[in-house]
Design a protein around this ligand. Structure first.
Ligand SMILES: [Zn+2]
Length: 295
């Protein structure tokens, strides 16, 4: 009797008891793969096989080196947890963080979640193999709740320290899949993250136009005579006018085969307004300042 009560209680406290068993089964199957003697499953016929197996004594687990941040575009954490535990959806993430800051760790950081889809960053086109996926409960348009961001920062700090992940490698889903994805939405506080070492940010002073719209010039009264004093402005060579935005985006990591989509993804992350494929003069200054940090 007491056993039956106990199992009912366990069932009531964890509605994911059955899918957790499925996790354990899959983890055991993968452990079997790790324990097996390595061999080429379809090696070339000409390969001269060694007479016996030599297993090295020196190894560890491969570690994640990128963190991809998502918004769920769903209505609740519960909805996302259900999505990630239904085999037919074929999607998952390592972490799901609710608006209230509650953090679910769904998958060992050493295992491969299915969160990136067809994606690319630099020359890495298997993002799922190299990354941690973090999903933030958000309907896709709203601001991100403060408790949620605080929990995210705690998780990021842990990941950065544990796996020695470079600051530049904290990015968003739209950065790695610019033609398909728009998450996290432009309300996401990327600068706040970058200030704490999670992602890079541009120098805001350098991104301001120091030529035509210098603050001093703005304070001067407009000239009374009609012909503008454009001739008075010296034509100084400006590197911001000369660099190639496509190359700069590539250096940062963007897939630029669809340049409009890459520009929009860049603006969604670093400009966070007027998210489109058009680079304004101000956007160019931001891009120029930023890409040099990646050189
Ligand atoms: Zn996503």
């Amino acid at each position: 009797m007491s056993v039956a009560v106990g199992s009912l209680a366990a069932c009531a406290t964890n509605p994911y008891r059955l899918t957790n068993k499925a996790y354990q089964r899959q983890a055991r199957a993968l452990a079997g793969t790790l324990r097996a003697q390595p061999r080429l499953s379809a090696g070339p016929d000409s390969l001269a096989q060694a007479p016996y197996w030599v297993g090295t004594t020196n190894f560890g687990l491969r570690k994640p080196n990128l963190v991809i941040i998502h918004h769920t575009a769903q209505h609740s954490t519960d909805e996302t947890l259900r999505t990630f535990t239904l085999p037919r959806t074929q999607v998952s993430a390592h972490y799901v963080i609710g608006r209230d800051g509650r953090t679910f760790h769904l998958l060992s950081d050493y295992l491969r979640a299915w969160h990136g889809g067809v994606a690319r960053w630099g020359n890495d086109n298997d993002i799922n193999s190299s990354s941690i996926g973090i999903e933030l409960d958000n309907d896709g348009t709203q601001p991100f709740a403060e408790p949620q961001i605080r929990s995210l920062l705690t998780v990021l700090k842990y990941l950065k320290k544990t796996y020695n992940i470079p600051a530049a490698n904290f990015i968003g889903h739209s950065d790695i899949a610019p033609t398909r994805k728009d998450d996290p939405n432009p309300n996401f506080p990327w600068k706040r993250l970058a200030d704490r070492g999670f992602g890079l940010w541009y120098d805001e002073a350098a991104a301001r136009d120091t030529l035509a719209t210098a603050p001093v010039a703005a304070l001067l009264p407009p000239p009374l005579a009609a012909p503008a004093d454009s001739a008075a402005a010296p034509a100084r060579p400006n590197p911001v006018d000369a660099f190639d935005p496509r190359e700069a985006l590539r250096i940062i990591g963007y897939d630029t085969r669809d340049l409009n989509a890459a520009v929009a993804a860049f603006k969604r992350h670093f400009v966070q307004r007027e998210v489109n494929g058009v680079l304004t003069a101000s956007d160019r200054r931001i891009l120029y300042n930023l890409y040099k940090k990646y050189l």
